[in-house]
Design a protein around this ligand. Structure first.
Ligand SMILES: [Fe+2]
Length: 370
């Protein structure tokens, strides 16, 4: 199957990409407003090792998810919202990325399928903050970029659930309705008041494309701000690397390959800066190593992201499982980034999660990368 044509058709379905899905369990939980003591503590945390930061990142994710969910529910109930309640959690995410740029992305990459809706907003926030740091934007701008990530799909709170939860492809009329989330989100935040122009711009324009084929206004080239371009890159990257009911998760390497090869959608300079923040072999990627072995890229922590540890688990030719073997500094042994669906590995998101879990329990180790 041709990778690019397959992914383009997938994206038509995924675009809007991923109409947000609210599962029944989520809807039964009480809305949370305001920031907890936990988030305040996390904000003040001192740098530690990578494992410690991942624990903090999980706590920050949980906090942020609850706040975003509460805001979405308030909008759906017709209540007025105060987006400033999100400020402390944006600061906590930015502080985590400052201490360890890999922790928040590591945690958000492994979000569970049924928890997608609100975690996606948090993931985009983390990616936006990381990209803002890479582009050397100042602190105030970086904060607003993060807030824009948390709020970019707020307009979906006013799109009917039946439409957002539809399992099959959307027809033209339905797709047009889902596309309204950009304009609706802009209206919601204008009504709320106290929201910066930067956030309003990202919410309204994160689906515009450089070639003028985006929406809602089909803006092109210089008419699209750098902030909206950042939003487009981070939004699509998280969407395509997330498992959904209608598609498997693409590996980060595959996502970058497709995004960089897609003409006219993304700003090239922003895309290149983003690729550097994600790395050549991002955490969780499926890779083929010398000797026809398949492995999963593990978290490099403070190590070299271009020379990460890999957990071997399968023979690529026979598709037979291999005894788990951790290889540290495997960069030189990696011959290709692979695509689980193309290789016929079912339930890849679950398999990967299990391999990564196994890696934290200890296993045979080969530090030579051979
Ligand atoms: Fe969107």
């Amino acid at each position: 199957m041709d990778l690019h044509s397959a992914k383009t058709s997938d994206c038509i379905m995924a675009d809007d990409w991923y109409p947000a899905k609210k599962d029944a369990g989520d809807l039964n939980m009480p809305a949370r407003r305001g920031v907890s003591q936990a988030a305040k503590w996390l904000l003040r945390a001192k740098p530690g090792n990578h494992a410690q930061e991942c624990v903090r990142a999980r706590a920050i994710m949980t906090e942020a998810r609850g706040l975003v969910k509460g805001i979405h529910e308030s909008v759906a109930n017709g209540e007025r919202i105060d987006p400033r309640t999100l400020d402390p959690v944006v600061e906590a995410i930015a502080a985590s990325i400052q201490r360890d740029p890999t922790a928040i992305p590591s945690v958000t990459r492994l979000k569970l399928r049924h928890e997608y809706t609100f975690y996606h907003s948090v993931a985009v926030c983390g990616l936006m903050v990381g990209l803002a740091r890479a582009l050397r934007l100042d602190e105030a701008e970086m904060h607003q970029i993060g807030l824009a990530g948390l709020l970019h799909d707020i307009g979906k709170a006013r799109i009917p659930n039946a439409l957002l939860n539809k399992p099959g492809p959307l027809d033209d009329k339905e797709f047009a309705l889902v596309r309204e989330h950009t304009v609706r989100g802009h209206e919601i935040l204008c009504d709320a008041g106290g929201v910066s122009d930067l956030v309003l711009d990202v919410v309204l324009n994160h689906h515009e494309r450089i070639d003028g084929r985006g929406y809602p206004a089909r803006k092109a080239g210089p008419a699209i701000s750098v902030h909206a371009r950042m939003g487009a890159v981070c939004d699509v990257y998280d969407a395509v690397t997330s498992a959904r009911s209608y598609k498997p998760a693409w590996s980060p390497g595959e996502a970058l390959e497709w995004m960089r090869g897609t003409e006219g959608h993304f700003d090239r300079a922003v895309m290149n800066a983003f690729a550097k923040t994600v790395g050549a072999f991002p955490y969780g990627s499926l890779v083929r190593l010398a000797g026809e072995r398949l492995g999963v890229v593990l978290d490099p922590g403070q190590g070299d992201p271009l020379d990460p540890p890999v957990m071997i688990f399968m023979d690529a030719a026979s598709k037979r499982p291999l005894p788990p073997l951790r290889i540290d500094r495997a960069g030189k042994s990696i011959v290709a980034v692979e695509y689980a669906e193309r290789l016929g590995i079912p339930d890849w998101a679950d398999v990967r999660r299990e391999i990564i879990r196994h890696s934290t329990l200890g296993s045979s180790q080969d530090t030579h990368g051979k």
